[in-house]
Design a protein around this ligand. Structure first.
Ligand SMILES: [Zn+2]
Length: 114
């Protein structure tokens, strides 16, 4: 089960809704205490439902660009992507995903649109 905040693999951190007659219990899994805390903070702010994640995702994509540029510059700006080794591609993916999810996690409560 994937983390309810960032979409990474869930790792033993979870939240279970309290039992209520006539309703099914909800279960959320998280990759880390950090994401679990984000979920709790959002839930306290307004119910934990993301109304417009597109704004946050766009901001996270923009935040990736400097780190992506640094990595590509380190590899060599003149090298086409097809010439990258498997390890260089995997490192590129890691740089992008880490920057993306770090930005989503670093959003302050005021940035969360609910
Ligand atoms: Zn997570």
């Amino acid at each position: 089960m994937l983390c309810a905040i960032c979409g990474r693999e869930g790792r033993g951190f979870c939240w279970v809704s309290p039992p209520r007659v006539g309703t099914r219990r909800q279960f959320k899994r998280f990759c880390s205490m950090r994401c679990q805390d984000i979920y709790a903070r959002r839930a306290k702010a307004g119910g934990g439902v993301v109304i417009d994640p597109t704004h946050n995702e766009k901001a996270a994509m923009e935040a990736v660009l400097p780190r992506l540029g640094e990595y590509v510059a380190a590899i060599g700006m003149d090298r086409p992507l097809a010439d990258y080794s498997r390890e260089e591609i995997l490192q590129l993916v890691d740089v992008v995903l880490t920057a993306y999810f770090d930005n989503l996690r670093d959003l302050t409560p005021d940035d969360v649109p609910f």
